[in-house]
Design a binder for this molecule. Sequence first.
Ligand code: ZN
Length: 415
Amino acid sequence: MKREELRVNGARLRESLETMAKIGGTPAGGVQRLALTDLDKQGRDQLVQWFKEIELDVTIDAMGNIFGRRAGKNDALAPVMSGSHADSQPKGGRFDGILGILGMLEVLRTLHENNVETERPVVIVDWTNEEGSRFAPAMVASGVWAGALDLQWAYDRTDGAGKRQGDELARIGYKGSVPCKATPVHAYYEYHIEQGPLLERAGKRIGAPKGILCLHWYDIYLEGEANQVGPTPMAGRHDALCAAAEMILAVNDLPEKMGGNMVATVGEIQNEPNSRNIIPDKVHFTVDIRSWDDDLALRAWEDLQQSCQGIAEGRGCPMRIEETWRVNHSPFDERLVRGVLERAEALGYPALHTVSGAGHDASYMNQVCPTAMIFVPSKGGRSHVEVEETTWEDCEAGANVLLHCVLASADEVEA
Ligand SMILES: [Zn+2]
């Protein structure tokens, strides 16, 4: 069979996804497979078994990342790598992360059964704890691999019950002997559900994000004056929660006000003393601003600070601000992104040049090697929830795009 005629087996991909969805499957049709739990171990064992069935050389590194390597004709060349994560959110979906691993597994099965030889080796990877929901932060193991995070620090992260990430890795038998350290990679592809509504709205099947949005995190702390609610007149109150309420709406209005491509969210709030008959005197909330334009995000933050300052003064509630975390927007490799778009069109799938609002292991990989992602539509744009859904046809289409991207990169002999 000619290379360009190769296609993945959509039915087999569906079967693998359904088998995996049973491990940690929830009654409402989702998946709960938190990092380094017994269920995560079961999922990993299943992956390793599948990797070995097609004669991949399986290694596990010190962060529990699982690699399956298929030799190339010129085995000394840097490999083409692709994969994602097998852990999920609590009450998460059946596609987030695992589609990228099983899509790549389907690519490798297709190469295997057709005896396709590539110039370069090809590697599949399962990154440990991408979600960061049991052990924060997210994307920790690809971060260590890329040299952005420290291994010992990662081991010392604890879950809500005080268990160390390093101990839990050892407990489930996935603290491997290979160093968790980047080696040269010719190209990294990550196949993932979109987790947003843009593809569906545009009627497109494949998304090729040009990169990942910037991410700016802030924490705002407000002081009010606590008092019994009954005897205290409305005039002259210093209600920290009312100040927060106005500020939260200012955050929500920010993207439209700035007139740019941006999202801004308050997702977390603490209110003290949180009693129905005491005026709140201590409120903390978070602000998350994301945009492709780092400067616009900064200008938005300056504007928001001014609005908040005015609100705080108006209500007599002193405010303290922490600038918690800033990551600049991260553009993927232009040549690889163009390749994703071209191969999607060549396969007859309408494609969209887009951006990724969410972080992925691809963010850290992008720091060490040429990287691109392949998106398929999320029904209703929903993810991190049990109703997360992508059609089997779209799953198959994305895997076909991945197949031809991997083939193209794996046959490039020049660095
Ligand atoms: Zn994911």
